[in-house]
Design a protein around this ligand. Sequence first.
Ligand code: ADP
Length: 401
Amino acid sequence: MFFLKILVINAGSSSLKYQLFDMDTGAVLAKGNCERIGDTTGVITHKRPDAEPYTATPALPTHDEALALVLDLLVSPEYGVIGSIEEIDAVGHRVAHGGEKYKQSTPIDDEVIAYLESIVPINPLHGPPAILGMKACRRLMSDTPQVGVFDTSFYANMEDFRTIYPLPYELYTENKIRRYGFHGTSHRYVSAKAAEMLGKPIEELKIVTCHLGNGSSITAVDKGIAIDTSMGFTPQEGVPMGTRSGTIDPTVIPYIMKVKNLTVDEVENLLNRQSGLLGVSGLSNDARNISEAAEAGNPRAILAIRMLANSIKKYIGSYIAEMNGIDALVFTAGIGENDRNMRQMVCADMDYLGIAIDEEVNLTCPRGSAANLSAAGASVQTLVIPTDEEYMIALDTAKFC
Ligand code: ADP
């Protein structure tokens, strides 16, 4: 079935990340990132296993030039890994938002692009660059199948009483304001891996997955179906994040606007870029810096960490209630995979719910690999599983070859 080569593209507003997979072995043949697209000088970093990274600063006026450069590098005699572009069997695109329409990964055609363009008003940050990436690939690789893999698809089966906001119903029917959920590709990947690690079919498991990175979300996966998740209409809802507030009392927003005399854009910037760990600590959005400051006794760093751990704990508890139980708790992404102290704080005093971790294992498990942290006798398996959204996208894409 395999022997396929799949290119995974993740297009941002000024960046284009890529990974070329050999699906026979799952190996990454090459990966890299084009940054500062649209600036006077762009930057490309191109990496292959066992080779020095290649970097250059070419002009990258649009995503087309960035993709053309990536394709040139992939086939170049000096830095390439394939003989010709025809060796790429398909391209998988990371798409944050598939709206209400795309409930699973889907081959990209004019209709998909037209629909994604129609939902740009509810996805203004991530929609336009993803569409640019797809259009560039369709122009430069017109014979290669393109597949959209949507972060929202994993939540397609969330029931309406979990997706509706308690607002006038017309805001849903007319403006599509509802909860969609994000990071679905990561939650899907780690929940499947958890079932694999536990040697049980996912259909028999109740799992809570905690994707804790710069952006963070928690998902309840019941028998393989995501039944609830912390992110909603946008990735702003849920636990506090690096610079995003997560859930707050909505009335705080108009109040801040009044007392600080802020415009809509300014308050949006405050909630998205100046809040969360950065806002509370006043130091950094990076959990590592905050941990260091907390260890040195900085009271606001300690406050930020306790606030985050408590919020994660509350979501876990509420999802256990929603699923009427839990078999596995999974930590993933930058903080989940690496921050031992955060895992310890989240799992502390949860023995009533069957969650208890072995402190020694938590402290000594090697970074970057999967581990079972559960203490002897704990009824819940607490796992660390490195996420791999790109590989999940490649696996989905390969199904269309
Ligand atoms: P993104 O959401 O951008 O993909 P990541 O999943 O890479 O983010 O997570 C970034 C976060 O992970 C940062 O807050 C970073 O401080 C944190 N992180 C990475 N490594 C460590 C570590 N060793 N200890 C604590 N936090 C870490």
